[in-house]
Ligand binder design. Structure first.
Ligand SMILES: Cc1cc2nc3c(=O)[nH]c(=O)nc-3n(C[C@H](O)[C@H](O)[C@H](O)COP(=O)(O)O)c2cc1C
Ligand code: SF4
Length: 425
């Protein structure tokens, strides 16, 4: 596939306004300014663009929920990118910040928004510098601020940096954090499109989602929908990590089988080893056994296969991976990142961590696997946000698909992999 979102990654000065404009930058926004806002929303709906932040919600539909009446509305760009295994938004932020900002301007014009906040993961130092510089360049060029390019449309942009909490990527926690409070998620409804930042209608979209917009405007719906399978359209960034020969971020159409992706675009499983399991969409989604890896990599196919595309972060595990140890690592993460508001999540993530830890360390009890399942069932769907579900999904799927390995840890009072390694040594 022709590269679209990452076409200029690695090119000298790709982050500057001069470079961006000399390659057709901001022409899509100029085109948008000549269109009726409702026609842009319709075009985005027709393109089939689905959110790249995790849930795959249709972008045009989300925009159409914002009340049409004039008044203060906000766009918040979700650049928190904290899902383990995910490093795609960072590439856009660092290498092509104007692509994102042009997407934001198109969204703001279409939805009637006059204020945009770009919320970035605190650790993204270079990304923050590049966005700040790009905002300044855009203001100096009349692309932001009052009466943009001589029209009635005005829009201000602000950069906001997070402080290192995974939960601030959850859209309502992001709003609480932007307002200056602790990053605590809020109960939905009301949804942010109706009552979001400071109680005003707010669109929250992922960096990659917004970066798609200039291309939809420039090249049209027919071109956009020709990429990928029906209902899973447009260019997509996939992140490969774990036990592969060539980790990295690759732009591909959706719908390619997972195994083919790993072999062709990530150099295959490293060191000639066999594949054991893959997390196809970031740490929060159910794991796939090696036998299940012929699934096409798109939102709908992965859902049918019992997992999710999530943030399209593909984490590969080779035959020597201890699944119990891998799960213990994740359970520590979710317990640490729970904001603590809801009892099932605050207590549940702690119990999951402790029980998986004792299995891993050789102190597991025969009834522990049922106990983990029961705790998980008491967490899913019973909390303010889905961080609790995000902890339970890996836990239950790892046990379901690799039950023998968990049982072996309990029966043999420790990790069979470590023991066999010790014997060979
Ligand atoms: C715990 C948690 C963490 C999340 N982290 C991110 C994140 O880092 N970046 C992101 O874009 N979306 C993240 N999301 C999803 C957002 O809540 C939201 O669905 C998304 O930003 C919407 O944008 P989209 O429609 O363009 O995908 C997270 C969700 C949860 C529950
Ligand atoms: S589910 Fe967990 S992270 Fe989400 S609001 Fe409740 S306690 Fe906080």
């Amino acid at each position: 596939m022709e590269k679209v979102l990452t076409k200029y990654v690695g090119k000298k000065d790709s982050h500057t306004l001069r470079f961006y404009k000399s390659h057709g930058g901001y022409e899509a926004f100029k085109k948008a300014l000549k269109m009726k806002p409702e026609d842009i929303i319709e075009m985005v709906k027709q393109s089939g663009l689905r959110g790249r932040g995790g849930a795959g919600f249709p972008t045009g539909l989300k925009w159409s929920f914002v009340p049409k009446e004039p008044g203060q509305k906000y766009l918040c760009v979700n650049g928190d990118e904290s899902e383990p295994g995910t490093f795609k938004d960072r590439i856009i932020l660092e290498h092509d910040p104007h692509q994102l900002l042009e997407g934001c301007l198109i969204c703001c014009y279409a939805v009637g928004i006059q204020t945009c906040y770009v919320y970035l993961r605190g650790e993204f130092k270079l990304g923050a510098q590049r966005i700040q510089q790009a905002i300044q360049e855009a203001y100096e060029d009349g692309l932001m601020g009052k009466n943009i390019l001589g029209t009635d449309f005005s829009c201000d942009f602000y950069l906001h940096r997070g402080a290192g909490a995974y939960i601030c990527g959850e859209e309502t926690a992001l709003l609480s954090s932007l307002e200056g409070g602790r990053g605590l998620p809020r109960i939905k409804p009301p949804f942010p499109a109706v009552s979001g930042l400071y109680g005003k209608p707010t669109i929250i979209n992922n960096v990659e989602t917004l970066a798609n917009l200039p291309h939809i405007l420039n090249r049209g719906v027919e071109w956009y929908t020709s990429i990928g399978p029906k209902n899973n359209t447009g260019p997509k960034l996939f992140c490969f990590s774990g036990h592969v020969e060539k980790p990295g971020c690759v732009e591909l159409p959706m719908g390619i089988p997972l195994r083919e992706m790993i072999d062709k675009y990530a150099g295959g499983v490293w060191k000639g080893k066999k594949l054991k399991a893959v997390i196809p969409g970031g740490s929060s989604v159910p794991i796939l056994h090696a036998d299940e890896c012929d699934v096409p990599m798109d939102f709908d196919s992965l859902q049918k296969a019992g997992s999710m595309l999530g943030s399209a972060a593909i984490i590969v595990m080779d035959e020597d991976t201890c699944i119990v140890d891998a799960l213990y690592n994740l359970m520590r993460f979710y317990h640490h990142e729970s904001c603590g508001q809801c009892t099932p999540c605050r207590e549940g993530t702690g119990w999951l961590e402790k029980i998986v830890a004792r299995i891993e360390k050789g102190h597991g009890r025969p009834e522990d696997l049922e106990l983990l399942d029961e705790i998980g069932n008491n967490m899913v769907g019973k909390t303010i946000c889905v961080l609790a579900d995000a902890a339970v999904m890996p836990c239950q799927s790892y046990i379901k698909k690799f039950r023998d390995e968990f049982q072996a840890h309990i029966e043999e009072k420790g990790c069979p992999f470590k023991k066999s390694k010790a014997k060979t040594a």
